[in-house]
Ligand binder design. Structure first.
Ligand code: SAM
Length: 255
């Protein structure tokens, strides 16, 4: 029997939540205040648009579920904003890091280490579900999206981000692992699956994302250019790159 994909995904992310490696945290003691501060500073310096998408403080008092909490940096913002927080992640590393992160600031959340393809919550349990850069790592993203739809109350909101296949970041990966490796026939999807973060990573076109969220009544999508897309381009050229070639597709979908 081959190893299930999500076991490999879990093994990859158990090495440490994204955005917490030593290049970001330097010599700070893991999970110390200085360490968490560097993680947070780095996150919102690179992805400042998270605030525009989440609009944390607008959701005071809501029952929130975050899928894929990672280092808990966004989860802390939801707690600060006055949400009733629940969070899940495939890894123990993420759950423990998030718990420590919130505790440092005097907050707590219902956190569970589970696979979000089957959520242990009743139908209509949440007003809001947040998931940033997570669903495309799972073996069956459609199952997670169906679960999100199920656990949201009618009128509830999903906010999140999936990777854009037609982006500069994905093109750079194709140049490295396809063209320059003498295998230009390899597809963007194949390159991502094998070389980008955990094995099995997927990325989508805008139309594909819209189809994934078709069960939601109202949907709006946007693309965001990121520093990861622009890192290999001279600033004079980078300034002219259109937003639609950015790595992140953000989703706002109402049940
Ligand atoms: C790139 S990290 C993103 C973490 C966080 N949202 C952030 O933006 O920093 C992906 C996270 O998704 C989690 N993940 C992947 N597949 C999952 C699944 N099926 N169920 C729950 N969590 C999952 C991983 O364990 C990892 O913590």
């Amino acid at each position: 029997m081959p190893e299930p994909l999500n076991d490999k995904v879990r093994a990859f992310w158990e090495r440490g939540p994204v955005g917490t490696d030593w290049r970001i945290t330097g010599a700070a003691e893991p999970r110390s205040p200085a360490w968490f501060q560097r993680v947070e500073d780095n996150r919102y310096a690179n992805e400042p648009f998270i605030h525009a998408v989440a609009q944390f403080t607008r959701h005071r008092g809501k029952r929130l579920l975050e899928i894929g909490v990672g280092a808990g940096t966004d989860h802390l913002q939801w707690a600060r904003a006055g949400c009733f927080c629940h969070g899940v992640d495939l890894t123990q590393a993420a759950i423990e890091t998030t718990r420590a992160h919130l505790a440092l600031h005097g907050f707590s959340s219902e956190l569970r280490r589970i696979d979000a393809e089957a959520l242990p919550f009743a139908d209509g349990s949440f007003d809001l579900v947040w998931s940033w850069g997570v669903i495309h790592h799972s073996e069956n993203p459609d199952r997670i999206i169906a679960e999100i739809h199920r656990v949201l109350r009618p009128g509830g909101l999903f906010l999140g981000m999936l990777y854009n296949r037609r982006s500069l970041s994905v093109f750079a990966e194709w140049l490295k692992h396809g063209l320059l490796a003498g295998k230009p026939w390899r597809s963007f999807a194949d390159i991502l699956w094998h070389h980008f973060e955990s094995v099995g990573t997927k990325a989508y076109t805008l139309r594909e994302v819209d189809r994934l969220f078709a069960a939601f009544r109202r949907r709006s999508l946007a693309t965001y250019m990121t520093p990861y897309d622009l890192q290999h381009w001279p600033p004079a050229i980078a300034a002219w790159m259109p937003q639609r070639w950015g790595m992140f597709i953000t989703i706002r979908a109402m049940k």
